[in-house]
Design a protein around this ligand. Structure first.
Ligand SMILES: NC(=O)c1ccc[n+]([C@@H]2O[C@H](COP(=O)([O-])OP(=O)(O)OC[C@H]3O[C@@H](n4cnc5c(N)ncnc54)[C@H](OP(=O)(O)O)[C@@H]3O)[C@@H](O)[C@H]2O)c1
Length: 215
């Protein structure tokens, strides 16, 4: 697993890039405005980072992080993602994303929406519940007592195993909470959302999570 393709190079995309680079990965980053607008960032990131189009970033990625606002996922060309393992960092903020009826009535989840848009990709939910800069500042080596844990959810076990290995490599324990449909357990306003938790605490938070309708 050598290259992380990063679609969306704002907060979460740039901090996952820094974490990946610090642990020996290559990164290829894209945004909506084109690679020429990422020259300052890739200069800062150094020789193992480059900017490309979204097609370049997806094609290059052994894993592909989608780190764009939820309202923009319909802009992604599904054909680019065929066969790819896609990490979804999305959250739903109606004030940013507009009202999305199927999330408002809790008949689906954010990562299931991305999976539906990218039917030939294998989507794994991860990184949605950590503040971007903490992906570097709270990372610790495996075996550190109290090491921070991050959730994954997904419908494909092999894809989840690959994403779990990446998350462990960059500094976190991993809690697999099951299929994408369980992703609501770590959505905005749940106990584990953006709090620093070790594996035991995070498991308890996920089990205690309530649907918005039950809050
Ligand atoms: N910020 C955090 O700490 C954090 C933590 C966890 C999860 N998240 C979630 O991650 C997602 C991204 O948040 P963010 O804070 O990283 O956003 P952000 O800083 O606003 O960055 C968004 C990035 O997405 C790019 N983009 C937008 N539409 C695109 C498209 N169609 N194709 C390619 N790139 C596109 C933007 O490019 P341009 O600038 O060129 O338009 C920009 O690079 C959100 O759902 C957020 O809730 C954020």
């Amino acid at each position: 697993m050598a290259t992380i393709g990063i679609v969306g190079s704002g907060n979460i995309g740039s901090w996952v890039a820094r974490a990946a680079l610090a642990h020996g990965y290559e990164v290829v980053l894209s945004n909506s405005r084109g690679p020429q607008t990422l020259s300052e960032l890739v200069t800062e990131l150094g020789p193992h980072a480059r900017a490309g189009t979204t097609a370049d970033a997806v094609a290059a990625g052994d894993l592909v992080l989608v780190a764009i606002p939820l309202k923009n996922i319909s802009e992604l060309d599904p054909e680019l993602f065929t066969g790819k393992v896609v990490i979804d960092a999305n959250n739903y903020y109606p004030q940013r994303d507009g009202q999305i009826a199927s999330l408002d009535d809790e008949s689906t989840t954010t990562s299931e929406l991305l999976q539906a848009h990218l039917p030939d990709a294998k989507v794994v939910k991860a990184f949605n519940h950590i503040a971007a800069a903490e992906i570097v500042s709270t990372a610790q080596p495996a075996g550190t007592p109290g090491r921070r844990a991050l959730v994954i959810a997904g419908d494909d076990q092999t894809a989840k195993d690959q994403v779990a290995a990446f998350i462990d490599a960059i500094g976190f324990d991993v809690l697999d909470i099951g299929p994408l449909s369980e992703g609501w357990r770590i959505q905005r306003d749940t106990p584990g959302y953006v709090r620093q938790r070790d594996l035991t605490q995070l498991r308890a938070d996920v089990e205690a999570a309530k649907r918005y309708r039950d809050m």
